[in-house]
Design a protein around this ligand. Structure first.
Ligand code: ZN
Length: 432
């Protein structure tokens, strides 16, 4: 199709242009336009409210630089999740209303964010087209980069124009240093394998057959420089090929986040496609050297246990108001027969009284959140008379991990045991 054509990309003049130099009023104009505008009843709130909220987010661009406060009056804030969406809407509107006519129907326009690949007939005057494109909006200014030696980079692909067809290889910028994650870095094996597989997948997806082997060799050489064993790299290449040959990979929406450990591969195998296993990078140098915030000491915080005098069950609770205060309250509950307290239910059902003398605190000084987690962990693993599981419903395995983790950390280190986070913040974790 393209053999009789020249092709030229229209390249970004600067990254800032398309994203950030659009007048805010332009964006608001967009929201009123018909393209893709949802009707009111598809939104959870009336359209004009939605527009006001977006406008508020766009206008509220304040930042501090060198101690002075500034307001951004033009363009979109970098890093705002709205910016990319609005910038794309803006570009799409310009394409629909102006660029399509300028480019004409004999050319192809392919845009990714602010990079555009344009395939134009050999006879067309590119510079005339460029002038017309740049006259559309004063802040959307393009520069052009033409093919050289019948080659043209676009994103991470190098396009080779042959006499008959187009062929593709991986493109690396001249500044590329192949500086990847080192094999001896403290990241999990999964993370390291994932990075390598990503490079193989890119090679497999982009490269035409004639460029594939040299690209794969390049990837292997680059990672061997970072001490990756060659056998591992060859295995990972096979893995990448398998991933690519799967027609419709089943992707589960369940995630299990683990601390870096050697078990993650075994756990991943056990769950198969039903669970995505991810791991964090663990403790970083930053964590070791930063000054920890002085935490308010909470002497009234306690997780406690009240054993039964008639059987081996116990009641587990937590409080932020002091162990003694809470015991007095429990005693009053039993005295006044308040059946909302599960200890009173046990007294009624089994005829056993709580053993107040043996009541004890099992954790002190924890934050409210950690207290709730620990309470739930004890309820899930110990014989108890609690009728509710506490705020969190933990499986036995998750609870046991949390307790072990808390024990191993309790010697002088007050930072959050990592497993609290894993078991509590990723709810799917509780299924295992
Ligand atoms: Zn009992």
């Amino acid at each position: 199709m393209c053999k009789a054509m020249w092709f030229y990309p229209v390249k970004k003049s600067c990254d800032w242009t398309t994203k950030n130099e659009i007048e805010n009023d332009d964006l608001m104009e967009l929201s009123g336009q018909s393209r893709g505008s949802p009707v009111d009843d598809e939104l959870p709130l009336p359209k004009h409210h939605f527009i006001s909220l977006v406008k508020l987010c766009v206008d509220f661009g304040f930042f501090v630089f060198a101690g002075d406060e500034y307001q951004q009056i033009s363009g979109l804030a970098m890093g705002s999740p709205l910016s990319a969406v609005l910038a794309c809407l803006f570009m799409e509107t310009l394409e629909r209303d102006h660029y399509r006519d300028i480019i004409g129907r004999h050319s192809t326009w392919l845009r990714y964010v602010d990079d555009v690949l344009v395939i134009v007939p050999r006879r067309s005057c590119l510079h005339h087209t460029l002038t017309r494109l740049n006259s559309v909006h004063e802040k959307i200014q393009f520069t052009v980069e033409e093919e050289e030696d019948q080659k043209l980079p676009f994103l991470d692909t190098l396009i080779h124009r042959g006499d008959e067809d187009l062929r593709f290889s991986v493109y690396r910028k001249p500044t590329n240093k192949d500086d990847y994650i080192h094999y001896y870095s403290a990241n999990s094996n999964n993370t390291k394998s994932g990075v390598v597989i990503g490079f193989f997948l890119r090679a497999l997806r982009i490269c035409s057959p004639e460029f594939l082997e040299s690209e794969v060799t390049y990837v292997i050489d680059s990672f061997m420089k970072h001490k990756y064993p060659k056998g591992l790299l060859l295995n990972l290449r096979k893995k990448a090929e398998n991933i690519l040959s799967r027609s419709n990979p089943v992707i589960s929406s369940n995630f299990l986040v683990l601390p870096p450990c050697n078990l993650s591969q075994a756990i991943s195998k056990y769950f198969g496609n039903t669970m995505n296993i991810a791991s964090t990078s663990g403790e970083k140098i930053h964590d070791l050297i930063r000054e920890k915030k002085q935490q308010k000491s909470n002497t009234d915080s306690a997780v406690y246990r009240i054993p039964c005098s008639g059987c081996d069950m116990a009641y587990y609770g937590e409080t932020g108001r002091g162990f003694n205060t809470r015991i007095c309250e429990h005693r009053a509950d039993v005295r006044h027969h308040r059946t909302s307290n599960s200890m009173v239910v046990h007294v009624d059902e089994a005829g056993h009284l709580p053993n107040w003398e043996e009541a004890e605190t099992i954790h002190e000084g924890l934050s409210k959140h950690k207290r709730k987690v620990m309470e739930a962990a004890y309820i899930a693993t110990e014989k108890n008379m609690n009728t509710a599981s506490g705020r969190f419903k933990l499986s036995k395995v998750a609870a046991a991990i949390i307790r072990t983790s808390a024990r191993s950390r309790s010697s002088g280190d007050s930072s959050t045991p990592m497993l609290y986070k894993y078991a509590v913040y990723s709810p799917k974790c509780m299924y295992f």
